[in-house]
Design a protein around this ligand. Structure first.
Ligand SMILES: Cc1cc2nc3c(=O)[nH]c(=O)nc-3n(C[C@H](O)[C@H](O)[C@H](O)COP(=O)(O)OP(=O)(O)OC[C@H]3O[C@@H](n4cnc5c(N)ncnc54)[C@H](O)[C@@H]3O)c2cc1C
Length: 583
């Protein structure tokens, strides 16, 4: 497996790898990582789809990419998933998957045309004082000190960031800036989260620095990601003969371990409550998603709070990884990530409006009509209440957000980052609230008059809270080797995929990361002759660095000494500094 960028490899069609007709594949979990791996096995590895089996613990595919209607009538999504144009492996995959919405188009075509017709932009990224604009919205408000600290963090060696929180590198100025509000809410970052991952993020997305305050950097699918990504993928895989076995909790993968040869020899599972398994040969390839941000998710409803379930049971994804990790030090350290559920949890809520009482408040803030129901964006991404105790954000995406959504209902996704802190109207932690209480707090910050809030919250919406205890587990301070490599050294027929497998430079909490690890896994185990696309290379692009200087200063130009500027002006550097607004 090797990386390359550019068109030569992008359009190349790899030939059939040797011996693939004798191989079979077993994929544990049916999140986007496994679905992508199955698709790459077929498309680039020329494996017959009927030789691929996906083993999934639950009754539905898609993992974290969910979207379903609740029996009470509300719609459920655990997350709002932003995409961006630099997701190289995701788009490489989606160009080959037929759209279910647009005839003769791929999922990528459908997505691309949507962005052309309705380019993404937020008209109000933050509000305060119950629905009022924030005068500095759109500016980063980073002091010189905060800018310096970010720059220093970006160039600190990885080893010096091991096991450290970013609050050991960034100070008070940084955490009081708008930059931090935009950042923490977009990526669900806490100040104690991994400095190493923060560095990766800063570098990975440096080209998007000017697109963060107004969210022009991100893009959304037409519907929720279950309908827009998972269903087309699953449909295509099934057409190719791939089998998904639900209600199958894999408990272990057993290995024969020799120093220079590590072979997966058996998969153990519990299916329909019964223990079982499968003996493997070296021709059986196993791909395991060794951790999940939505493991132990628990839903409440409009009248019942969700519960935080911290327990790791037999058959859980964490127990599976623990059992695998016990067999070899190269298989990672799951306990680094899964032992702090009260700190890594995130509470979100899916809210469905039932009448015309709430939408005018949405329109007032977003400056777009949610009832237009034309597939165009409404909030244009996350909108954050700057002065909310829960650090509450909400997103009214393209409506309808579900194909089955009635015309008089609007679906909104809500999250509270500090879900253990008291709210401002509802004086208790978000994670202890019913859907109705969360609706009250949201309406309060939206600017609904206080005396109307109880009745509107009771009658005009269904709100379904969800607690995900491991949602930010991958941001826990760590070392590079806490996560196993996608294919650890000397492993013959096994790969780790998803957010807890290590690949260089890319950043977690993205669909791209899962798809990238899947592609790398397939290309390594089958020795596919084509390159995996390199992680977007903007961190090596001087233009992006110059732009980042200008933007992080809110476009206040640098005053360089006259003699120095005179020297620079005799070079291309002077032109570049001016072109990107640095001087
Ligand atoms: C709130 C939230 C916001 C997000 N925002 C974004 C965003 O803005 N942009 C973005 O790109 N991404 C975002 N994501 C992340 C993205 O959705 C995930 O990173 C990605 O979907 C993970 O896919 P995966 O296949 O690696 O793992 P998962 O989707 O977690 O899949 C793991 C699968 O394994 C199954 N499983 C677990 N244990 C077992 C077992 N023992 N045996 C068999 N199967 C098992 C699970 O049921 C599940 O189906 C967000 C996610 C959430 C929750």
């Amino acid at each position: 497996m090797y990386y390359k960028s550019g068109n030569f490899e992008a359009f190349a069609r790899p030939r059939k790898p040797k011996g693939v007709d004798e191989k079979s594949a077993y994929l544990v979990g049916s999140g986007i990582a496994s679905l992508a791996a199955a698709a790459f096995l077929i498309r680039d590895g020329h494996m017959d789809g009927s030789r691929i089996t996906i083993l999934e613990a639950s009754k539905l595919p898609g993992g974290a990419l969910d979207g379903i209607k609740h029996p009470s009538g509300g719609f459920m999504i655990r997350g709002d998933r932003e995409q961006s144009d630099d997701m190289e492996c995701l788009w490489d995959l989606m160009r080959s998957i037929p759209s279910l919405e647009v005839e003769n188009a791929s999922v990528l075509d459908e997505f691309y045309w949507l962005q052309k017709d309705d380019p993404h932009r937020s008209l109000r990224r933050m509000t305060q004082n119950r629905g009022q604009p924030v005068p500095t919205d759109g500016k980063y408000t980073l002091s010189s000190r905060a800018q310096l600290e970010i720059n220093l963090l970006s160039i600190t060696r990885d080893e010096d960031l091991y096991d450290k929180g970013m609050n050991e590198f960034l100070g008070k100025d940084f955490f009081e800036s708008n930059f931090w509000v935009y950042w923490r809410t977009m990526f669900d970052y806490y100040d104690w989260h991994s400095a190493l991952e923060m560095k990766r993020y800063l570098l990975r997305f440096i080209h998007h620095i000017d697109g963060q305050p107004n969210l022009t950097a991100v893009m959304y699918t037409r519907y929720n990601q279950y309908e827009s990504f998972v269903l087309p993928l699953v449909t295509w895989l099934k057409q190719h003969g791939v089998v998904i076995q639900y209600d199958t909790r894999v408990t272990n993968v057993q290995f024969n371990i020799n120093p220079d040869r590590k072979v997966a020899r058996r998969i153990d599972w519990i299916r329909g409550g019964q223990p079982g398994g499968l003996d493997l040969t070296e021709n059986d390839l196993v791909f395991v998603t060794n951790g999940s941000l939505v493991e132990n998710s628990k839903w409440g409803d409009h009248h019942t709070p969700a519960t935080l379930d911290p327990e790791i049971r037999e058959g859980s994804v964490w127990a599976l990884w623990r059992n695998i990790a016990k067999q070899d030090p190269a298989f990672g350290r799951p306990d680094k990530f899964c032992t702090r559920p009260y700190e890594t949890s995130l509470t979100s809520a899916s809210l469905t409006t039932l009448d015309d009482k709430i939408p005018p408040y949405i329109q007032k803030i977003t400056q777009r009509d949610p009832f237009a129901f034309n597939g165009r964006q409404v909030t244009g991404g996350l909108s954050t209440f700057r002065d909310s105790g829960w650090v509450m954000s909400w997103n009214c995406q393209r409506q309808p957000h579900f194909k089955a959504q009635p015309h008089n209902q609007i679906v909104v996704w809500i999250s509270g980052q500090l879900d253990a802190e008291p709210g401002d109207f509802v004086k208790k932690p978000m994670r202890e609230c019913t859907g109705e209480e969360i609706t009250r707090e949201w309406l309060y910050h939206l600017g609904v008059p206080s005396e109307q809030i109880p009745e509107i919250a009771a009658k005009s919406a269904i709100c379904l809270p969800c607690i995900m205890p491991f949602c930010t587990a991958f941001f826990v301070p760590r070392r590079t080797d806490d996560r196993p490599n996608v294919v650890p050294e000397h492993v013959v027929n096994f790969a780790f995929i998803g957010q807890f497998a290590e690949t260089e430079r890319d950043t977690i909490f993205t669909t791209e990361y899962s798809v990238r690890t899947a592609m790398e896994a397939v290309y390594t185990l089958l020795n596919v002759e084509r390159a995996v696309p390199e992680v977007w290379g903007s961190m090596y692009d001087i233009r992006c660095w110059l732009k980042s200087i200008a933007v992080s200063r809110d476009y206040e130009r640098l005053e360089l000494p006259g003699p120095l500027m005179a020297v620079l002006d005799r070079t291309d550097i002077g032109d570049l500094l001016r072109k990107y607004g640095v001087v």
